[in-house]
Design a protein. Structure first.
Length: 307
């Protein structure tokens, strides 16, 4: 066996590996899958864009699904929380929010994937959500993601220091700034001055990368030919939930007509993977969320009122 390549983690991979490690070390995950029949929903989605001539204003299935999940979270506010838990003292506090900030993985112009925070998506219309997502993508093109992510990493490190995590702080600074192949390189001199002269309205900042109240990943948009569904996904602390929207797939499904008669029909099914932090939530806490989704998928024309 011969080594053919060695890849050193950049800051993006460092942040992801650190956060996911913390997730699996500390969070007892519980998961379930909700199989959404989107046969009629997709027809309604086409109606949303029937009169749209501007491609940039087209409302995507991704946006509609984020909105649907936000509606579910409104019905189950306990799922839109942050958890503060001290295992040694066995003390826990759930923090509830009056808004839904969605941490959403986005493919950057460089080809890298980074999770951005789409703020207050629960109170936005579909058109406003589309504009917000497009604006984030626009600003990403002007952004040096190494610089943005270093700002986030530094902010997290300083927060840890304030919380008394001195050893963690020293290790992180050593790991990122000691000269060598693992050193995180950021802008300096005239390049740094030029970059930070770009208005914050035209580039991403740590505000766009900070933690949301939940995470929604659209796996189906990455691989539309996906068969099956995501079985497990990590919850990023202090969030208590995470969702994966899988690809829409044709399946033989039992359909009950208005007379109560069952038949087999080919339907378009989109599995939604739901992960919860079992320290904070039980399966029963997810029931209001699923009931709200039932209402929406059974009456998908409601999305027209969200435009």
């Amino acid at each position: 066996m011969a080594l053919i390549k060695e890849e050193i983690f950049g800051i993006a991979r460092k942040i992801v590996s650190n956060m996911t490690s913390e997730s699996w070390e500390n969070i007892p995950h519980a998961t379930m899958t909700y199989d959404a029949d989107v046969t009629e929903l997709f027809k309604e989605c086409k109606k949303l864009n029937a009169d749209c001539t501007d491609k940039s204003k087209k409302i995507t299935i991704n946006t509609v699904m984020i909105k649907i999940l936000c509606e579910g979270l409104k019905a189950a506010p306990k799922m839109n929380t942050h958890l503060v838990f001290n295992r040694k003292l066995v003390r826990g506090t759930l923090k509830y929010f009056d808004h839904i900030d969605v941490s959403m993985p986005m493919i950057l112009p460089s080809g890298e994937m980074m999770t951005v925070n789409m703020h207050d998506m629960g109170n936005k219309t579909l058109s406003e959500m589309t504009a917000a997502i497009n604006d984030t993508a626009r600003r990403a093109k002007n952004s040096n993601m190494e610089e943005v992510m270093f700002e986030v990493s530094l902010d997290n490190t300083l927060t840890g220091l304030k919380q008394g995590k001195i050893l963690q702080t020293v290790r992180r600074l050593y790991g990122s700034k000691m000269p060598g192949k693992h050193m995180v390189k950021t802008l300096s001199g005239s390049e740094k001055k030029k970059y930070y002269s770009i208005p914050v309205s035209d580039r991403l900042t740590k505000h766009d990368i900070e933690q949301g109240t939940t995470t929604i990943s659209n796996l189906g948009s990455i691989y539309r030919e996906q068969k099956g569904a995501c079985a497990l996904l990590e919850i990023i602390p202090p969030q208590t939930t995470a969702f994966a929207v899988n690809s829409a797939q044709k399946r033989a499904t039992v359909v009950t007509d208005e007379n109560g008669k069952d038949s087999i029909d080919v339907r378009l099914i989109m599995p939604i993977t739901i992960a919860i932090d079992h320290r904070a939530l039980d399966y029963g806490d997810v029931v209001p969320f699923m009931r709200r989704l039932d209402e929406i998928f059974e009456n998908p024309s409601v999305i027209q009122s969200w435009k």
